[in-house]
Ligand binder design. Structure first.
Ligand SMILES: CC(C)(COP(=O)(O)OP(=O)(O)OC[C@H]1O[C@@H](n2cnc3c(N)ncnc32)[C@H](O)[C@@H]1OP(=O)(O)O)[C@@H](O)C(=O)NCCC(=O)NCCS
Length: 161
């Protein structure tokens, strides 16, 4: 009898050894067409930053997705979130974001802000589903080439049905 095994990735803190995979995923999944700013060195800086968590979704030692969140006194900021294209729509983005949000609650933050490309319909749908609401926009946020939508979620409130 053939038994199918369903693998669920584990979310864990990134180590310096993950920095290259994260940077390459950022270039492919997020920064396409905008120039590469989240290089390995910049990711490494975030990994070592005490007020930032870099989380990865790890499946048998392979990084399938990652998220970078910086925590403040009251508000956290999601700097980046990306899942490898062939592993999207498996719940990995939600898993990563829930893990980072939990840390924000523990850190005493009451809301999370982020920016998303105005043309990124799938990300906007993803964040809306998880309770993020538009609070403004920033013209030319991405190297003057692309506008951003600013989104925010109040922690401790469930997404509207
Ligand atoms: C946005 C992103 C992180 C979502 O990750 P993911 O693992 O595919 O998301 P999930 O599987 O957890 O999706 C959760 C819900 O979000 C919504 N959603 C996700 N992708 C969607 C899409 N392409 N279109 C519409 N809704 C979508 C759905 O409601 C989905 O629930 P469902 O699968 O039950 O319908 C991923 O698409 C990605 O890496 N995109 C490229 C990088 C990027 O845009 N990052 C965000 C801006 S920094």
């Amino acid at each position: 009898m053939l038994v199918a095994m369903i693998l669920v990735p584990t979310v864990r803190l990134a180590t310096p050894a993950d920095a290259r995979a994260i940077a390459e995923l950022s270039r492919e999944a997020i920064e396409h067409g905008l120039g590469w700013t989240w290089t390995r060195d910049r990711v490494l800086k975030s990994i070592h930053d005490r007020s930032t968590n870099v989380a990865v979704a790890d499946e048998q030692g392979r990084v399938l997705g990652f998220g970078i969140m910086k925590y403040g006194d009251e508000k956290a900021h999601l700097s980046l979130l990306g899942v490898e294209a062939i592993h999207r729509k498996r719940g990995i983005g939600s898993l990563l974001l829930a893990w980072l949000e939990e840390c924000a609650v523990v850190a005493g933050n009451d809301r999370i802000g982020l920016e998303a490309r105005r043309d990124n319909e799938s990300a906007l749908a993803f964040y809306a589903q998880l309770g993020y609401r538009p609070v403004g926009s920033v013209a030319g946020y991405y190297h003057g080439l692309m506008d951003a939508v600013r989104l925010e979620k109040k922690l401790g409130t469930d997404p509207a049905p």
